[in-house]
Design a binder for this molecule. Structure first.
Ligand code: NAD
Length: 341
């Protein structure tokens, strides 16, 4: 199938081209993000392939449908950036990569937690400056701490297991369904409020849906344990960033590690080192000594990129052949309260 691949980075081209030897699709790699100004590049392409920060809202999907696009292939798991109702009405199928390497994201989550709590980026910056003083670098043992995992799907379950079995943490969990294997190893499910009140560390692993938008907000921060650490490798809009800044200023939030940010579409995946950043909330976040931000890289392992490429190209082949789309995303999945994504 002829596919316009938007938001292409060198690693996308490398891994998609490699996997495409087995599929033979006609992939046209395009560096720009997909938006109304770049949509004409997809004119006549039956499929577009996009990533997390390509926003496919109704006007954009209408434009794509008018110029012959019938398939949106997401090369990611999350699908909050697509108006699925509009896609269905316009006859555009949406497919995604539901699971590629949950290990990639889970391991990065634990890396962020350790780096934040043990002040590793600060220590490394000091050592590079021949400053070997340890003042200000005191961390905490993870052993015996209470960790709250919000969302125990593929990624959250791995993080929960690692912290429980590997580090000896007490692990609390909140989800709409309980994973019996996690219960079997002593992970304790309960309401979100109880988790927030008890956890020294909270890690977010649920999808972004209307129900989870700003799940961490001024009220939840107020109810949380003083000095708690917050880790988010899921989706930025799970957190109200302005409330987070206030929580950090007041000391209620003891530290934050973010791989995702609500307004990341204007920032992440680009080299903006010579630009003025106009997002004052983001800039304020970066001023705190106890905030660590990475630019949505938790997924970025060789194994994950290979799996993403293989599944994306297989999804496209299935659509081209008119087969049932195993990895289709349909509108109901967004609003169904118990949907696993
Ligand atoms: P998953 O679908 O396997 O698990 C999500 C879990 O969240 C499910 O168990 C679901 O029941 C639960 N959930 C849904 N609504 C909830 C709510 N209101 N409260 C608590 N739990 C709720 O998904 P996954 O593969 O584990 O991925 C989790 C998220 O990680 C994805 O949605 C995606 O946004 C994010 N992600 C980020 C990266 C990255 O590079 N940073 C990469 C992949 C995925």
């Amino acid at each position: 199938m002829r596919v316009a691949v938007f938001s292409t980075k060198p690693y996308d081209r490398q891994y998609l081209s490699g996997a495409n030897a087995a599929f033979g699709h006609d992939l046209v790699f395009l560096e720009p993000k997909l938006d109304l100004s770049t949509a004409p590049l997809a004119d006549g392409f039956p499929a577009v392939c996009v990533f997390v920060n390509d926003t496919l809202d109704r006007p954009l999907l209408t434009q794509l449908a008018a110029t012959g696009t019938r398939l949106v292939a997401l090369r990611c798991a999350g699908f909050n950036n697509v108006d699925l109702h509009a896609a269905a009405e316009l006859g555009i199928d949406v497919v995604r990569v539901p699971a590629y390497s949950p290990h990639a994201v889970a391991e990065f989550t634990v890396a962020l937690l350790l780096a934040l709590d043990r002040r590793i980026p600060r220590a490394w910056a000091r050592v590079r400056d021949n400053n070997f003083a340890l003042d200000g670098l005191i961390g905490n043992d993870l052993f015996g701490k209470t960790v709250g995992i919000v969302g125990t799907g593929r990624i959250g379950a791995l993080v929960a297991r690692c912290l429980k079995l590997g580090f000896g943490c007490r692990v609390l969990a909140h989800d709409q369904w309980q994973d019996p294997e996690l219960v079997g190893i002593g992970i304790e499910y309960g309401p979100l409020d109880d988790l927030m009140a008890a956890a020294d560390i909270v890690s977010l692993h649920c999808p972004l849906t209307p129900q989870t938008h700003h799940l961490v907000n001024a009220a939840t921060i107020e109810r949380a344990k003083a000095g708690f650490l917050l880790i988010n490798t899921s989706r930025g809009a799970l957190i109200d960033a302005e409330a987070l800044v206030e929580g950090l200023k007041g000391g209620k939030v003891g530290g934050v590690a973010l791989d995702v940010y609500e307004q990341e579409a204007d920032l992440f995946f680009e080299d903006l080192s010579n630009e003025i950043i106009h997002d004052d909330v983001f800039q304020r976040l970066l001023t705190f000594p106890n905030v660590l931000v990475t630019g949505h890289q938790a997924f970025l392992t060789a194994e994950a990129l290979a799996a993403i490429s293989e599944t994306t190209l297989r999804n496209i082949a299935a659509a081209e052949a008119g087969h049932v789309l195993d990895n289709a995303v349909v509108a109901e999945a967004v609003s169904a309260p118990h949907a696993r994504t």
